[in-house]
Design a protein around this ligand. Structure first.
Ligand code: UDP
Length: 209
C-alpha cells in the first residue's frame, strides 16, 4: 500500500523505480489535499484523503479484531515502541509482532527481513520516509514474510507524540502541509513540489484521463 502525496508524484516524474513502486502497488491512497484536488480536476475523483497516520489506527483495529500481528519498522530508536503502545491503546488486544528502527540501507536488509520473519508478522509498516520506504518494500517484496506492507512516513512520530499534527480545522481545509512547514521549516525545499505539482496537473491533467 502506498500513500501518495504531491511530493511523490513529482519525485516519480524523475525516479523510474519509485514510479514503478507506485504503479505496482495493490492499493494507492490520496495522502494530501493536493491529490484529492487533482483527482477532481481530472474528472476521476477519489472520495477522501487517507494519510498513513489516519490509516494506521484503522489498520490496528482490524488487526486486533482478526488477530493479525503488526510489525513497526523505522523512525528514530524508541519511536516505533511508543507508537506501538499508542496503537495498543487505540486498538485493545492488538498484537505487536515487533518494532525496530534499523535503517533503509541495503546492508541491513537481510537482518531486518530475518527479524520480521522471526516475529511471525502479518503486516509491516515501514517508516523510512519517501521514497526510501517504498523502494525498500519493493526491493524486498518477494522475500518479505508478510501479507501487507505499508509505507507510513512520519506516522510513528505523530502517533508517539514526538511530532505534533496540525489542528483539526487546518487538516479539514487542506492546510496540514502549511502547519508541517511551520513545525519543520527544513522541509521547504521538498514542498516546492506543491506548486510544481499544481502546474503539472493544470497542463497535463485533463489530457491523461
Ligand atoms: N526515517 C528513518 N530512517 C531514515 C530516514 C527517515 O527512520 O533513514 C524516519 C524518520 O525518523 C521519520 C520517518 O522516517 O520517522 C518519516 O520521515 P518524514 O516525516 O520525512 O516522511 P514523509 O512522510 O514526509 O515522507
Amino acid at each position: 500500500m502506498v500513500t501518495v502525496n504531491p511530493e511523490f508524484v513529482m519525485e516519480a516524474q524523475r525516479n523510474a523505480p519509485f514510479r514503478e513502486c507506485i504503479n505496482q502497488a495493490v492499493l494507492v491512497v490520496a495522502d494530501g489535499m493536493g491529490i484529492v484536488w487533482a483527482t477532481r480536476f481530472v474528472g476521476n475523483p477519489t472520495p477522501e484523503r487517507v494519510t498513513g497516520t489516519d490509516a494506521l489506527p484503522e489498520v490496528a483495529r482490524r488487526c486486533a479484531a482478526k488477530g493479525y500481528r503488526l510489525y513497526l519498522l523505522g523512525a528514530a530508536p524508541g519511536v516505533a515502541e511508543a507508537a506501538a503502545a499508542r496503537l495498543q491503546e487505540i486498538a485493545p488486544g492488538l498484537q505487536i509482532a515487533g518494532t525496530y528502527a534499523g535503517s533503509p540501507a541495503p546492508v541491513e536488509e537481510d537482518e531486518i527481513i530475518e527479524r520480521i520473519r522471526a516475529a511471525s508478522a502479518d503486516i509491516v509498516c515501514v517508516a523510512y520516509g519517501a521514497p526510501a520506504q517504498e523502494l525498500w518494500i519493493y526491493r524486498n517484496l518477494a522475500r518479505l514474510p508478510v501479507a501487507v506492507a505499508i509505507g507510513v512516513g512520519g506516522a510513528f512520530d505523530f502517533l508517539s507524540g514526538r511530532q505534533l499534527r496540525a489542528p483539526g480545522f487546518m487538516r479539514q481545509v487542506g492546510l496540514e502541509w502549511l502547519y508541517r512547514l511551520y513545525r519543520e521549516p527544513r522541509r521547504w525545499r521538498r514542498m516546492l513540489a506543491l506548486p510544481q505539482f499544481a502546474v503539472l496537473v493544470f497542463l497535463k491533467g485533463r489530457k491523461t484521463v
